[in-house]
Design a binder for this molecule. Structure first.
Ligand code: GLA
Length: 350
């Protein structure tokens, strides 16, 4: 059994998916490839890491194998018996860029196991299993966006997902005259997972103080009751949700000028209100803002480094990227990496 699962890039809707909010991601044409066969022991091999790990029982080792072990545990919790398997993975999905390589691995493992052993769980249940692996086994309290996109992605489309109801719509991604690129800042600040979990707590605190069950019940007018930092966090979430709704309209109308403006304001909000950007990604966005033909840019994913998504008129990015790389190197002594991003289908057999 061989499968591949894509990474994802989020057009807009950052730090909303664990707040019952909206997101607008799409699956990208970079994948985790996974093959699975029955063996006597659990054997996991990563071609990328050039490492093989053998065990009698899936257990936590604080490394890449946890994503697979966590998926097996999540199946077991649901009463499925997963016998020993050999799993070999390889990937052309860069790690730490905000493309969600971990979610792709979890979704690939969940799908391959379900298909191989005929568990026949629904795609949505696969998403839940994959996410549970990350939250309960790996210990990152992520939302559902990454796993959902890796499973439900559709070539030529973005997914407008309501993370509260899990209702979703495919929005055509018809990039006429424009293109999307991803700039990898090549920094990942240590804070990223601790601050991520801290933001989650802050958002829970907002709900507690306001006496609400869901962020969807919170109104901008009520935020005055909150202490300064919490007010900023809540304001980001509410306004980011509005930006997602406007972006869906802009994408449907192919109004890329509007979409670009929304990307820039999302970045400002992530920088000033949610405080999850960093000097390096701020630098990239500010550099791009001044360039003719760049319509929008913002940090993607959890933050504290990682990637910047860029929406520009066709051909423009190619002309400015060397200049950007030079200025960035001069300022931070770090090389940038560029990825041209295209949409792809969700997890499938190969
Ligand atoms: C990470 C998480 C997602 C989401 C983003 C922020 O990528 O895995 O669930 O919360 O951060 O939008």
């Amino acid at each position: 059994m061989k499968v591949k699962a894509p990474g994802r890039v989020n057009i807009i809707g950052e730090h909303t998916d664990y707040n019952d909010g909206y997101v607008l991601p799409f699956a990208v044409n970079k994948f985790v490839f996974l093959s699975l066969e029955r063996t006597k022991k659990f054997i996991f091999h990563s071609e990328t890491m050039n490492e093989t790990v053998e065990m009698d029982e899936p257990k936590k080792l604080n490394k890449w194998t946890d994503y697979i072990s966590g998926v097996i545990r999540a199946f077991e919790k649901r009463g499925f018996v997963v016998p020993p398997v050999k799993i070999v993975i390889s990937s052309n999905l860069p790690v730490g860029v905000g493309l969600s390589s971990s979610a792709a691995l979890e979704v690939a493992a969940a799908y391959a196991i379900s298909e191989h052993f005929g568990f026949n769980v629904t795609k949505l249940e696969l998403v839940r299993i994959a996410r549970e692996a990350e939250v309960e086994f790996v210990g990152v309290k992520c939302g559902i966006m990454d796993q959902f996109t890796s499973a439900f992605g559709k070539k030529g489309h973005a997914i407008f997902l309501d993370t509260m109801t899990l209702n979703y719509e495919y929005v055509p991604l018809e990039l006429e005259g424009v293109e999307i690129n991803l700039v990898d800042s090549n920094v990942k600040h240590e804070l990223s997972s601790s601050e991520y979990n801290k933001r989650r707590q802050e958002c829970e605190e907002v709900l507690r103080i306001l006496g609400k069950k869901s962020f969807r019940e919170v109104k901008l007018e009520e935020l005055g009751k909150l202490p300064g930092t919490l007010k900023k966090r809540a304001q980001h979430v509410l306004e980011e949700n509005e930006r997602v709704l406007k972006s869906v309209q802009a994408l449907r109308k192919r109004d890329f000028e509007m979409l670009g403006k929304l990307l820039f304001s999302s970045h400002e909000s992530l920088r000033d209100l949610y405080e999850v950007s960093c000097e390096e990604t701020d630098f990239i966005v500010e550099f791009l803002r001044k360039k003719e033909g760049v319509l929008g840019a913002r940090m993607v994913g959890g933050g504290f480094g990682g990637g910047v998504i860029v929406l520009s008129k066709k051909g423009v990015f190619e002309k400015i990227k060397e200049d950007l790389a030079r200025s960035y190197k001069k300022r931070f002594e770090i090389d940038l990496t560029f990825h041209k991003i295209e949409s792809a289908d969700g997890v499938q057999k190969i």
